[in-house]
Design a protein around this ligand. Structure first.
Ligand code: PLP
Length: 381
């Protein structure tokens, strides 16, 4: 059996998305900036996609800017938001994605900002009292905090954070890469200036996403070039990507309640089975369904000799999962998130992340394999 439990890293393309993209690749090759009919018909596809995305998020198409994905959107929000508003103080947490932390650290190193880290607890929850203290900084603050942590699944209350930011006149950028298409975001209601999406986390294509910029927020482009994206991002648009993104989001919204229930049931079942079958097992991050991303389960394994070999052993058994964030896989550096929450470095952690395509049989197979691996590992001890 082959099992794909790494959906927080990326998801398989939905066949309907592929179909929509294929049609564009095959039939619509004009440049949307061209004024002739071939160009105009492709421009229509881009604007239709923008309208679809905006409609689902309860915002105006004028607030949606297509990008090459989550990393670019995060960079654009942070770099341009800070530069164009003359921001001198930024607030983030130590458990953000590297697209956020490394960008802010580079700006701090360049002497542009002073960077403050809001305290998080051992489950990855933000300390909102500390956030409020940091927001009382004499300089106007730029706040970058994510909606759901990609390694732990812990959800932040972005309504509360948005209200706090508004109270202190701070600019709020929310990395919503792991939650767009999994939860509904109502941008007519949320108090934020920037939020981001990456299509490949919701059964769309890789290399495309968007940045939402609130209409009252005025920034200059990060990428200069042609007049694409209403002069906000130069470069010929990734047309099939954009069409695929809109289709993926449309499907996600239509199927959300049933997929939420299906995936949450798989996660709860896996937790139950692991607790019943593998002594010493635990979970990192919040697991309460109301405050935890239903697609992510971070499992903490008992200390054993074979711990380093865990992911490798799972891979041999045909199970793809991830040790921490996918963006760091292939490196020897441990997870900055698990380090920040003070997790025991002797225990290895594996992130299992689910999608609508996963089944209970896959969970059973994985739990049986984990049980075997842990028994062998403990014998070696
Ligand atoms: N932010 C978060 C929370 C993520 O999980 C990821 C991807 O893993 C990104 C940003 C980067 O998105 P992309 O792969 O589209 O650049």
């Amino acid at each position: 059996m082959r099992v794909y439990f790494d959906n927080a890293a990326t998801t398989p393309l939905d066949p309907q998305v592929l179909k929509a993209m294929y049609n564009v690749m095959e039939n619509h090759y004009g440049n949307p900036s061209s004024i002739h009919s071939h160009g105009r018909e492709v421009r229509t596809l881009v604007e239709k996609a923008r309208k679809t995305v905006a409609g689902l998020l309860h915002t105006s198409p004028a607030e949606i800017f297509f990008t090459s994905g989550g990393t670019e959107a995060d960079n654009m929000a942070i770099r341009c938001g800070i530069a164009d508003y003359g921001i001198k103080h930024a607030i983030t947490s130590k458990i953000e994605h590297h697209a956020v932390i490394h960008t802010l650290e580079a700006m701090e190193k360049a002497g542009v900002i002073q960077l403050s880290f809001v305290h998080t607890d051992e489950k990855g929850n933000i300390n909102t009292d500390h956030l409020e203290t940091l927001l009382q900084h004499p300089e106007r603050s730029f706040v970058s905090l994510m909606h759901a942590n990609n390694e732990l699944g812990t959800l932040n209350d972005i309504e509360l954070i948005g209200n706090l930011c508004e109270k202190y006149n701070a600019i709020f950028h929310c990395d919503t890469v792991q939650t767009v298409g999994h939860y509904k975001h109502d941008l007519s209601h949320l108090k934020l200036q920037f939020m981001v999406c990456s299509a490949h986390k919701l059964h769309g294509p890789k290399g495309v996403g968007f940045l939402h910029i609130n209409h009252r927020t005025k920034i200059k482009p990060m990428l200069y070039g042609g007049s694409q994206e209403r002069n906000m991002r130069g470069g010929t648009e990734n047309i099939y990507g954009i069409v695929g993104l809109a289709k993926a989001l449309e499907i996600a919204y239509t199927q959300m309640p049933e997929h939420h229930a299906h995936i949450q049931a798989l996660k709860s079942y896996m937790m139950e089975q692991l607790l019943a079958n593998v002594p010493g097992i635990g979970f990192n991050g919040v697991t309460d369904p109301d405050r935890s991303l239903y697609t992510v389960l971070n499992v903490s394994f008992p200390a054993m000799d074979m711990a380093d070999m865990l992911l490798f052993s799972l891979d041999i058994a045909g199970i793809s999962a991830s040790g921490g964030s996918a963006c760091s896989s292939g490196t020897d550096i441990g997870s900055h998130v698990l380090t920040a929450i003070g997790s025991d470095p002797n225990k290895s952690a594996v992130r299992f992340s689910f999608s609508k395509y996963n089944t209970k049989a896959e969970v059973d197979y994985t739990v049986a394999k984990i049980k075997e691996i842990c028994q062998v590992g403990n014998k070696v001890l």
